[in-house]
Design a binder for this molecule. Structure first.
Ligand SMILES: Cc1cc2nc3c(=O)[nH]c(=O)nc-3n(C[C@H](O)[C@H](O)[C@H](O)COP(=O)(O)OP(=O)(O)OC[C@H]3O[C@@H](n4cnc5c(N)ncnc54)[C@H](O)[C@@H]3O)c2cc1C
Length: 426
């Protein structure tokens, strides 16, 4: 029995724990810096919806019962409604449905299911404990309990699944074991929650589509329906263009939304605006590493190894896929980590680097390319059977409607990606 310590109980760490335990020869200890989500009041302040599509869902489906449990806490979406200031929204249907689920709910289901399925001899999750260092020579993680107590935990293998600000990655990078680059994306966001149904029940926004809208000056709104008839979403803007900055009252903010994105007018209330104003403005950091393992004992998965911009909604999908791909490597090399780890880096790195390119350059920022983008996603798609060469699929379609690896999606859509990159540089 090998003892694996996982740092971080986000989607990547928890799904990897499911996979390891399903192999039957691991004992898993998870350390998480946050409070136990089953005991703590779930804050809506920093949560946001996650869109899980085929890549993430396939990874989840391999673990018996997980997809059904998650589906109960989420909503299946058939596509996107792009709302405009006037007229009917543009509708983009997807061949493969997407599961929209709140990030806290996703974590909670992965955790509860893990603890229900496996005994405490095989898996424990210790909350309120932050990894502060690793001793690679003695194979020990050094942890701080939030009560101030410091302790160590011995491992046979250690997994850094501690997200974009990974301490495991920091330790490895300070030792020169791993090279990584970190950048902030140009946009910031605020979480937003509004009811889906108007208080007087006269208007109901679709419960099976993602709602999006542009509010001018690069400001975007994305809202995902949730099972409790709420829409959870994000308001995205550039830091020097915060639309709420000059509003001094809730009434002014409400008026801003009513003016610039009228579809939300019937459902948005003053109390929703008050919460939105209190929510922090969050920055988004991206990470690119030159490897996903160190030596024959340490693995990095999820955002810790490859955090990307959420623009195409793939960060979590890719993090879940890491767990599946690593488990396949373990199966191929009969749980010999010294062989499975380099094989994982060799197989996965090109895909996560491709995902970075796709996340940065799938959505254009210039107006002419934005118009072309919407045209090709709507009318171009319908013309494709007659004009296949003129209307080849955009990266977004290949991501959402195929299961191609990210490196293959990038290869097939390199022309578009290069054009967007050039338009941004100009
Ligand atoms: C606004 C927004 C919208 C998004 N939408 C989507 C989407 O639609 N689809 C999609 O696929 N992805 C989306 N993402 C990306 C997605 O949230 C991440 O890719 C995903 O959460 C990564 O999972 P993870 O387990 O690697 O990291 P996290 O979810 O960050 O989990 C890491 C865990 O490690 C813990 N931790 C951190 N440091 C320590 C430490 N030192 N010791 C112990 N524990 C520690 C943290 O508390 C956390 O619980 C979105 C991201 C944002 C910001």
């Amino acid at each position: 029995m090998q003892k694996v310590i996982i740092i971080g109980s986000g989607p990547a760490g928890l799904l990897l724990a499911h996979y390891l335990l399903s192999r039957g020869n691991y004992q898993v200890e998870i350390y998480e810096s946050r409070l136990d989500p089953r005991l703590a009041e779930q804050s809506n302040q920093r949560t946001f919806p996650i869109a899980l599509q085929s890549r993430g869902l396939n990874a989840i489906e391999q673990i018996v019962g997980l997809k059904v449990a998650l589906a109960k806490k989420g909503v299946w979406s058939q596509g996107i409604l792009i709302h405009r200031k006037q007229g009917k929204p543009r509708q983009i249907n997807r061949k493969m449905p997407t599961l929209l689920i709140d990030r806290n709910q996703l974590n909670l289901v992965l955790l509860e299911n893990l603890l229900e399925k496996h005994s405490r001899e095989l898996v424990t999750v210790k909350f309120d404990c932050s990894c502060v260092d690793i001793n690679l020579e003695s194979h020990e993680a050094i942890l701080d309990h939030n009560n101030g107590e410091r302790f160590t935990a011995k491992y046979d293998r250690l997994v850094g699944a501690d997200g974009v600000r990974s301490q495991v990655r920091e330790v490895l990078s300070a030792r020169g074991d791993i090279q990584c680059q970190q950048d902030f994306i140009p946009d910031v966001y605020k979480s937003l929650h509004v009811p889906r149904i108007a208080p007087d029940k006269t208007v109901e926004l679709a419960g099976n589509y993602l709602h999006t809208s542009t509010l001018g000056k690069g400001i975007r709104l994305v809202l995902a329906p949730q099972p409790d008839d709420w829409l959870h979403g994000t308001l995205i803007f550039s830091p020097d263009n915060n639309p709420l900055e000059n509003c001094t009252t809730d009434e002014e903010v409400l008026a801003y939304f009513q003016e610039n994105t009228p579809f939300i007018k019937p459902v948005m209330r003053l109390e929703d605006v008050a919460v939105l104003r209190q929510n922090p403005v969050s920055k988004i950091l991206t990470v690119k590493c030159d490897r996903m393992h160190v030596g024959d004992r340490i693995l990095l998965v999820g955002d810790g190894a490859h955090a990307v911009s959420p623009s195409i909604g793939q960060g979590c999908n890719a993090s879940l896929q890491d767990a599946q791909v690593f488990s396949q490597c373990l199966a191929r090399y009969e749980d010999k980590w010294e062989e499975a780890l380099p094989a994982f880096t060799a197989e996965r790195l090109s895909d996560v680097h491709a995902l970075r390119e796709l996340s940065d350059y799938t959505f254009p920022r210039s107006k002419p390319m934005m118009l072309e983008f919407v045209f090709r996603l709507t009318i171009g798609k319908k013309l494709r059977p007659w004009f296949p060469l003129l209307t080849n699929p955009l990266p977004m379609e290949l991501i959402m409607e195929s299961e191609l690896p990210y490196s293959e999606v990038l290869k097939q859509s390199q022309g578009w990606i290069n054009r967007v990159r050039e338009s941004m540089q100009n």
